[in-house]
Design a protein. Structure first.
Length: 545
């Protein structure tokens, strides 16, 4: 068959590939520098899995002195969501994962010499490479209705391969003669372009995945779709062309792509491009109500959408550190040994990523976040909290900013100490956590509390309380009063014969705590009292008396 003629028939207007190869010369980078990219499809909001991949990409590029760029894979036009690309870019920026190059949202111009970075704007490029493959006899037009370039045909085949180990025969259209093709084109029939696979499914090829390690995979034998009948390439072809022209050296992507790897490698080979290194990341899972492992689902799990963490008020760095902890299990030890360093100093490595599915765990996220927040200064906490509240809780924002000094003093309670308290994990918790400071006491936690004793203690304490006391004196005064009222100040004695006492000093402190906060548990009561000030304390005591 005269493939050159066929190529001209199919793509009469496509430019020669050399035009693009000259336009996008090889990147000049120092040895070892890696070029990575995030290539989300704007068919949904940025998934937590994307943030996870972006972090790997960003850290790898930074560590090797390379480039991390953002490309929008918007070829699935039917499923596009308005602004999803813009949101994806802005999410990356807000998590300090900004790309060095590429698409930068709908407002800012793209940066870099390898654009356009939006696939739907690159159709001419794909056409050229499609034409090239036809010329080389490596691709053919397919006119079958059932394969009208639809990706789901591929999905069905892939499924079939996984389930039965068998692959459908090669596509019958690969045997059409030039005359038959001409006839179909003349009668206006649409075609999809397919790869004329040269693979043998009984053979295997060795690959090295940066996460999975060395593996043997079956050669591809499927005549996969390269261009749909609407002229748009599916992922397999588009990413092979783009990653080659854009000089990607490592493709980090979800492991759901791993089964199609051999097909992708064949596309690179047909194009004459060296494939990039691949790192297939295990998908983040969680345990469902029945204790079964399943993928994070955008439909069911709010934490699958990166915006959720911002809305809830988890500090961004805490989320990043949580993801790092999922990626490299030695991060936690490193963090303990280096409590004040930025996560950016952590010696991250793709090779250290485990191949098991990481489990999303809110308790762990909260722990990491509490630890992070506990090391912030009151000023920093105030700034981040106010920024969050300004967007998500306007009423609290007003309260918080009305009296900044008071707010900062509240946020400083148990903070400025060698062992700061670790109990705030997200900004949305603060209002409830300190409601007795900002809004007064709405109700008292009184179950199990002897109200008579509570009142007696509060009344007595009002008499001796002195706002000027330092912490030691304050506590000494409480002890003295406790003893006068018949409470044990010596724990041993109390344990031996509790019947001789009304309770112990801890009980007395609980009563004072209740009077000042309405709670049985709270941060350091001395600090709370200091922040409330003598008048307010008096008022709160009066309320109980
Ligand atoms: N558009 C694909 C996705 O969103 C990209 C996969 C890749 O990174 O290569 O899953």
């Amino acid at each position: 068959m005269d493939t050159k003629l066929l190529a001209n028939l199919l793509y009469p207007n496509a430019k020669d590939v050399n035009y693009w190869l000259e336009k996008y010369p090889k990147r000049e980078l120092k040895r070892g520098a890696e070029v990575t990219r995030l290539a989300p499809s704007p068919t949904g909001y940025l998934h937590t899995g994307h943030a996870y991949s972006a972090l790997i990409n960003k850290l790898t590029a930074r560590k090797t002195g390379g480039i991390f760029y953002l490309r929008l894979e918007d070829t699935d036009q039917k499923r596009l969501i308005d602004n999803a690309g813009d949101i994806a870019y802005n999410m990356l920026v807000s998590y300090d994962l900004s790309p060095d190059e590429g698409y930068r949202g709908d407002e800012l111009p793209q940066v870099g010499n390898y654009g356009d970075y939006i696939q739907s704007k690159r159709l001419g490029i794909y056409q050229s490479f499609a034409k090239y493959l036809v010329e080389k006899g490596k691709a053919f037009p397919c006119f079958c209705k059932k394969t009208e370039g639809l990706e789901d045909v591929e999905e069905r085949r892939q499924k079939q391969l996984e389930e039965t180990g068998e692959i459908e025969e090669h596509d019958p259209c690969r045997n059409l003669t030039l005359d038959e093709i001409k006839e179909k084109l003349a009668s206006g029939e649409e075609f999809a372009l397919k790869l004329k696979s040269a693979g043998d499914p009984n053979k295997t090829i060795k690959i090295v995945d940066l996460i999975k390690g060395e593996r043997e995979i079956r050669e591809n034998a499927k005549d996969i779709v390269l261009m749909k009948s609407n002229g748009i390439p599916p992922y397999a072809f588009a990413h092979a062309v783009d990653d080659s022209l854009m000089g990607t050296t490592i493709v980090v992507r979800g492991e759901e792509w791993y089964p199609s790897l051999s097909a992708h490698l064949e596309v690179f080979k047909a194009l004459g491009f060296k494939p990039p290194k691949y790192a297939h990341t295990p998908v983040i899972c969680k345990l469902d109500e029945n204790g079964n492992k399943r993928k994070l689902s955008k439909r069911k799990d709010p934490e699958a959408d990166v915006r959720y963490f911002i809305e809830e008020g988890y500090p961004k760095i805490a989320v990043i550190e949580y993801l790092l902890n999922l990626l490299n299990s030695d991060f936690e030890i490193w963090r303990t040994n280096n409590p004040t360093l930025s996560y950016k100093e952590f010696p991250f490595s793709i090779e250290k990523i485990g191949s098991n599915n990481p489990m999303f765990d809110f308790v762990k996220l909260a722990d990491i976040s509490k630890n992070y927040i506990s090391h912030l200064s009151a000023d920093e906490v105030y700034r981040m909290l106010a920024e969050w509240a300004n967007r998500y809780d306007v009423e609290f924002f007003k309260t918080l900013t009305e009296n900044q000094d008071f707010s900062k003093a509240v946020l400083n309670i148990d903070r400025d100490t060698p062992k700061p308290r670790k109990d705030i994990s997200k900004w949305s918790e603060v209002k409830h956590y300190y409601d007795y400071m900002f809004y007064g006491i709405k109700n008292y936690e009184l179950d199990g509390i002897d109200k008579k004793k509570l009142k007696e203690v509060v009344r007595a304490y009002m008499e001796v309380y002195n706002a000027e006391d330092d912490k030691e004196t304050w506590f000494a005064r409480i002890k003295e009063m406790a003893s006068t009222l018949g409470y044990a100040t010596d724990n041993k004695a109390y344990k031996q014969s509790p019947e001789n006492y009304k309770g112990n000093v801890a009980d007395v402190c609980t009563y004072i705590r209740l009077a000042l906060t309405g709670r049985k548990n709270s941060p350091d009561i001395y600090s709370i009292a200091k922040v409330l000030g003598a008048r307010e304390i008096q008022r709160r005591f009066e309320n109980v008396k």
